[in-house]
Design a protein around this ligand. Structure first.
Ligand SMILES: Cc1cc2nc3c(=O)[nH]c(=O)nc-3n(C[C@H](O)[C@H](O)[C@H](O)COP(=O)(O)O)c2cc1C
Length: 380
């Protein structure tokens, strides 16, 4: 008989000040197989490690005579106002972290005033998750299947539940070699509500699940999803300017720069290291969403200053869910809010628009960036 998988059921606010500590706490409450799946990366984990390390490739310019107080990190994305420029990234199988699963995250994210993305491989139904979000905006993340009936069925569910956009993830057409899962002989111990109806999910490995997915994802796939749903389509997993251009050319409403948190192609660059060149190619035609490696408010600031409009929070929110349910998720978003507003103050930016205009430093090998225009005007 299969062992019973027992995730945490405690709901409480948590004291978050360093995501590395929170990860350790999460490791004490998430069963081993689930924890390995959540924290693990592909192959040697090189790309996973680089994702956070890369934020040190650029530095913040401290400002002292910027004449501002009470910075405001609120912004909007695809017509939705959010309290901070960070959304919940799509994360599969959240019941591995906490018994409340995606509903817990949806509630915590709604209370944080931002957008929840819901994975195709969620444990609960789309209707259950939107209900838990209590009317807060949500986006549905699609892993297209080889089974066309499934694609139509799941997109219908998303539309009926009032999802505001579709994220089409293109970087997981096969599973990356997740060695922790292999070592732990990890198969999903809980059901995946959307797959269940079509005979998949529970008892399968990640690679077996991805094998049911569509391998040939092309610009036509973007067009098709946009046509079927009439919703904005966001292409996720973009790591090159070429794919960003293909996405926009096929009607994408946003580009989502991500390397899946280093879980897919090990040996690829840190997501942050490719962000600026992709944003320059996109050149404001559509919004740019960014994730992979965000662990501090300064990382959000640096991503925005490098061309992102908003960022996605992945593992940190799942650690919060594991330790404190919906309140833990809220504590994590509160932490990012607090750190980001502190950085905005110390780096002399009052609004998200001002962060986007800020130039980061590239020291010690680079040169100080040009002075921004407004500054030139005040030099006498
Ligand atoms: C446990 C786990 C499950 C994930 N499941 C999905 C998924 O179902 N769909 C998807 O597009 N991305 C998925 N991702 C990737 C996240 O959306 C996001 O890109 C990644 O977590 C960012 O890296 P970070 O959490 O290290 O910052 C998953 C990530 C993790 C950690």
């Amino acid at each position: 008989m299969a062992e019973i998988y027992q995730a945490n059921d405690v709901v409480r606010p948590i004291d978050v000040f360093d995501i590395r500590d929170l990860k350790k706490e999460a490791g004490q409450v998430i069963p081993k197989g689930g924890f390995g799946y959540i924290v693990g990366g592909a192959g040697d984990g090189w790309t996973l490690r680089q994702n956070t390390e890369a934020f040190n490739h650029k530095q913040l310019a401290p400002r002292v005579l910027a004449d501002l107080e009470k910075p405001d990190p609120s912004t909007s994305i695809l017509g939705t106002d959010i309290r901070l420029p960070a959304i919940m990234a799509p994360v599969a199988a959240q019941g591995l972290a906490h018994v409340s699963a995606e509903s817990g995250t949806a509630r915590g994210v709604a209370q944080s005033g931002t957008i929840m993305a819901v994975s195709t491989y969620a444990g609960q139904t789309i209707a259950e998750i939107t209900k838990a979000g209590d009317g807060a905006p949500q986006w549905f993340q699609l892993y297209p299947s080889k089974n066309e009936k499934f694609n139509r069925w799941v997109l219908d569910q998303a539309m009926e539940s009032g999802m505001k956009a579709i994220i089409l993830t293109g970087d997981a057409t096969v599973g990356g070699n997740r060695e922790a899962d292999i070592r732990n002989h990890f198969t999903f111990p809980l059901k995946m509500a959307n797959l269940e109806k079509f005979g998949g999910g529970e008892g399968q490995s990640m690679s077996e699940i991805y094998a049911q997915g569509l391998q040939k994802i092309a610009p036509e796939t973007v067009e098709k999803v946009a046509k079927l749903t009439g919703l904005p389509v966001i292409v996720k997993g973009i790591q090159t300017p070429m794919d960003a251009m293909l996405a926009i050319g096929s009607g994408a409403s946003a580009v989502y720069v991500s390397n899946h948190g280093g879980r897919q192609l090990d040996g690829g660059p840190a997501s942050f290291d490719v962000l600026q060149s992709i944003a320059e190619a996109v050149d404001g035609r559509v919004p740019v969403i960014f994730d992979s490696g965000i662990r501090r408010g300064q990382h959000i600031f640096k991503a925005l200053a490098s061309g992102a409009d908003v960022v996605g929070i992945g593992r940190p929110a799942i650690y919060g869910l594991a330790v404190g349910g919906w309140q833990g998720v809220k504590s994590v978003f509160d932490f990012f809010y607090r750190e980001l507003t502190m950085v905005m103050q110390l780096a002399g930016t009052k609004t998200v628009e001002e962060i986007k205009k800020t130039r980061l430093l590239d020291l010690p090998y680079g040169i100080l960036p040009d002075l921004p225009l407004e500054t030139e005007q005040v030099i006498r």
